[in-house]
Design a protein around this ligand. Sequence first.
Ligand SMILES: NC(=O)c1ccc[n+]([C@@H]2O[C@H](COP(=O)([O-])OP(=O)(O)OC[C@H]3O[C@@H](n4cnc5c(N)ncnc54)[C@H](OP(=O)(O)O)[C@@H]3O)[C@@H](O)[C@H]2O)c1
Length: 245
Amino acid sequence: MNKTAVITGASRGIGRAAAYKFACAGYNVVLNSKNGKDNLDSAYDLCRSVSREGAGIISIPGDISDPGFAKMLIDKAADTFGSVDILVNNAGISFVGLIQDTTDDIWQNVINTNLSSVHYCTRAVIPHMLKNTCGHIINISSVWGNVGASCEAAYSASKGGVNAYTKACAKELAPSGISVNAIACGFVDTDMNSHLTEEERLSVIEQIPASRAASPEEIAKIIYHISQMPVYLTGQIITADGGWI
Ligand SMILES: NC(=O)c1ccc[n+]([C@@H]2O[C@H](COP(=O)([O-])OP(=O)(O)OC[C@H]3O[C@@H](n4cnc5c(N)ncnc54)[C@H](OP(=O)(O)O)[C@@H]3O)[C@@H](O)[C@H]2O)c1
């Protein structure tokens, strides 16, 4: 039976590249995103075009910060394919602005999308993974969760929360054969950084010893490799930042 990977925020950027990687490897892939129907359809078509015989691809649009939707997403994936073997908690948003300009709505949206969603999906997937006493949960975090960023307090707090949540879950789930790890990404070439001017972009790149942004495909490769590791590798915040921070 094909294994199943669920990837949140799979319409664009890192999530789309991860979905493609798992589809190429013969997995059943469940793609999710919130707004961009065209992007999600195109990610679906891309995965379909490389999926192997017997492997299924489905897309389930919806807001991952809604606990009811998160449970439905995971349960539908398990009902459709019989199990969920890999969960990539990738969906995320950023907010760049002063602390004084971070309104309650912005704060809640960032925390709910980046952190609460990780809990909602993890909580929903555990019963399915327990059946197989096996599974990999991979959370997409940020170097700002390790060290904090000026003008990104809510984002940094959400990713710091993801890191602590990853470690806590790893301890709780190791006896059940489920690994939980996070990737603390540095600067990745996706829409999330499209607000930067060319000058700002070059100034970030100047600080990165690798002298460039990561491609989404590189992060997808790391996600995939972690998913192939023995579950004994757990509770790790793996930094992928080209030597930056
Ligand atoms: N790019 C970087 O430099 C960088 C660095 C560190 C960490 N990260 C992390 O990497 C992850 C992926 O980011 P990216 O750079 O690939 O960003 P991106 O290109 O902006 O893609 C974000 C994805 O998340 C989805 N999404 C946002 N809110 C959602 C919600 N409420 N429910 C479901 N899906 C939602 C988006 O779907 P729609 O198309 O529907 O909006 C999209 O598919 C995020 O967690 C981000 O924090 C990125």
